[in-house]
Design a protein around this ligand. Structure first.
Ligand SMILES: CC(=O)SCCNC(=O)CCNC(=O)[C@H](O)C(C)(C)COP(=O)(O)OP(=O)(O)OC[C@H]1O[C@@H](n2cnc3c(N)ncnc32)[C@H](O)[C@@H]1OP(=O)(O)O
Ligand SMILES: CC(C)C(=O)C(=O)O
Length: 515
């Protein structure tokens, strides 16, 4: 007999809080589909009151993504609950998650109110949320540092008001597994109506204990774990979905607990999130790191060759790490690409085969073998670039040598008009950026420029990620190409297109106001 643990994914809410530039609506949709394929029970996708863009993204996910309950976060404040309720209207299954801090520290210094005031606000908000949905979750923010007796009081009131999930976050990643288990046990033994709600845990990783604390909590009786893919989240991050769900899968014999996660989807979701969020996964990360299934020393290799389970507690295929036998070159056709992509967990609707194949051939001619990561990067970048983009790159031609300044000429189509400019600079990237600025006349400040290699050795592609600031707002643009100057230019052009879209949205709002 094994009990089900609900998986509440918050990659697109708490996870997004860790990013330097917010995700675009399209990024969020792509990721929401990837996360829903994991078969999570609930997906928290934003904080609708926080901005019009976040409201729209939550609303669009609620409309387009089927399967999990779609959840939005709200403070215990009337306008937050209303925004959440409205954004979630199109969802087949929706959940409103409202919260208020309960620890003496947060009550005194942040909220400047008593526990009774916070309880009254929580009760009001839960009742308001129930007008929109029957599925309401309430969180005691900083529960980990809240006296047990205080938690019991507010939790009892929240359940009476209509909350069916009670979440007890270790907001600052402070408690140890035994303390967390003791808190759950205390609530289960001392809140009279506790059986009317599912207890949930939300652990942060400030001391590296998020996964251990989540497991301790479910061993003590909690039945929902809040987590994120790759463990991304505020500060040191959240409990990692892949780790916690694989612990429950691999150790069901011992824990007598299970989830409904489709583990074979884990690797692909992890790669997509890392790519789109511009957050690389550390090579030794459990489950999804590059080395998670690699054996490098002789005694281990000998053992694995004799019996795989001598050094592998799970097979790579269980988490969707593909076995890499097929060699893809410019002599490969569409079938092998489709086959490879389906092994990697992609479905035909995730990409446009004709444009993907065109990029594939161009790349294969340039570098010989095309690897899995190249295919994944191409899908991401093909999905990102759009023929209707306002700014499009026609060509970039740069020259540089160690004895003189670099020069670059760049051709672009801007709003349908062909333009060309040239400039010099300390290096070819700077020269190209100056040439672009001459054409667009936009004062974009580059805050961060990262160049990474996607691939292995000389066959790698250059991936450039730029965090840029314009008009007080930050944007993330990424570019991929065999040539690093072209990758840089593509990343900057992507930033221009994001700014253009943001301007179109705000112009539309001004027009509506005027009408
Ligand atoms: C632990 C967590 O991860 S909680 C989620 C954190 N995520 C975010 O904050 C992202 C989204 N946030 C935002 O977009 C903005 O902070 C908003 C829209 C929510 C609020 O913006 P502002 O109104 O400008 O307030 P600001 O963020 O500066 O301060 C927060 C206010 O909310 C209050 N507050 C904080 N938590 C709560 C809560 N759970 N319920 C009610 N009020 C709360 C604070 O006391 C403060 O109130 P004050 O202005 O009376 O002092
Ligand atoms: C809103 C709550 C669940 C939260 O994110 C936290 O306490 O960390």
């Amino acid at each position: 007999m094994s009990d089900k643990i609900w998986i509440f994914d918050t990659t697109l809410r708490d996870g997004e809080q860790a990013l330097k530039a917010s995700l675009t609506e399209d990024d969020k949709i792509q990721l929401a589909h990837a996360i829903s394929r994991l078969n999570v029970d609930v997906m928290e996708v934003g904080f609708p009151v926080s901005s019009p863009a976040d409201f729209r993204a939550v609303e669009r996910i609620a409309r387009e993504v089927k399967g999990p309950a779609i959840c939005g976060l709200a403070r215990a404040v009337e306008k937050d609950i209303e925004a959440c309720g409205l954004a979630l209207r199109p969802a087949e299954k929706s959940r409103i998650h409202t919260f208020i801090a309960t620890s003496p520290l947060h009550l005194e210094h942040k909220l400047r109110m008593s526990l009774d005031d916070a309880t009254a606000m929580a009760v009001r908000s839960i009742k308001q949320a129930r007008h929109y949905t029957d599925d309401v979750e309430f969180s005691c923010e900083d529960a980990g540092r809240t006296p047990h007796a205080d938690l019991c009081r507010i939790v009892e009131a929240a359940i009476n008001a209509g909350a069916s999930t009670i979440n007890l976050p270790d907001t600052v990643g402070y408690v140890t597994p035994d303390e967390y288990a003791a808190m759950i046990t205390h609530l289960m033994n001392n809140v009279p109506n506790i059986d009317k709600a599912r207890l949930s845990v939300h652990c942060h990783n400030d001391l590296g204990l998020a996964v251990a604390n989540s497991i301790a909590a479910v061993q003590a009786g909690a039945r929902q774990i809040e987590c994120t893919v790759n463990g991304i989240g505020e500060r040191a991050g959240n409990c990692s979905l892949e780790e916690v769900s694989m612990i429950l899968k691999m150790r069901e014999d011992h824990l007598k607990l299970h989830t409904d996660i489709v583990s074979e989807e884990i690797y692909r979701a992890s790669r997509q999130i890392s790519q789109i969020c511009n957050m690389p996964v550390q090579p030794n990360k459990a489950i999804v790191g590059e080395n998670a299934f690699a054996h490098s020393s002789g005694i281990h290799q000998d053992g694995v060759l004799k019996a795989q389970n001598t050094y592998e507690i799970m097979s790579p295929e269980t988490v969707g790490v593909p076995n890499n036998q097929l060699n893809m070159t410019s002599r490969s056709g569409r079938h092998v690409i489709q086959h490879r992509l389906s092994e990697l967990g992609y479905q035909p609707e995730d990409y446009d085969m004709d444009s993907l194949y065109e990029s594939f051939l161009a790349l294969a001619d340039q570098k010989g073998t095309v690897y899995d990561y190249d295919l994944e990067a191409m899908i991401y970048f093909n999905n990102q670039s759009n023929e209707s983009d306002f700014y499009q790159l026609s060509f970039v031609h740069s020259t540089s040598n160690s004895q003189s300044v670099a020069s670059s000429s760049v051709g672009m189509t801007i709003g349908g008009k062909e333009m060309t400019e040239a400039a010099t600079g300390n290096g070819p990237v700077e020269a190209s950026f100056k040439a672009i600025k001459r054409m667009t006349n936009m004062d974009i400040e580059i805050i961060e420029y990262n160049l990474d290699a996607t691939g292995q050795g000389e066959a790698s592609l250059g991936q450039v990620d730029i965090i840029a600031k314009f008009d007080g707002r930050q944007y993330h643009g990424a570019g991929l190409a065999a040539d690093i100057v072209e990758a840089s230019v593509r990343a900057l052009i992507r930033v221009h297109n994001l700014i253009h879209r943001a301007q179109q949205v705000s112009d539309l709002k001004l027009q509506r106001k005027a009408v």
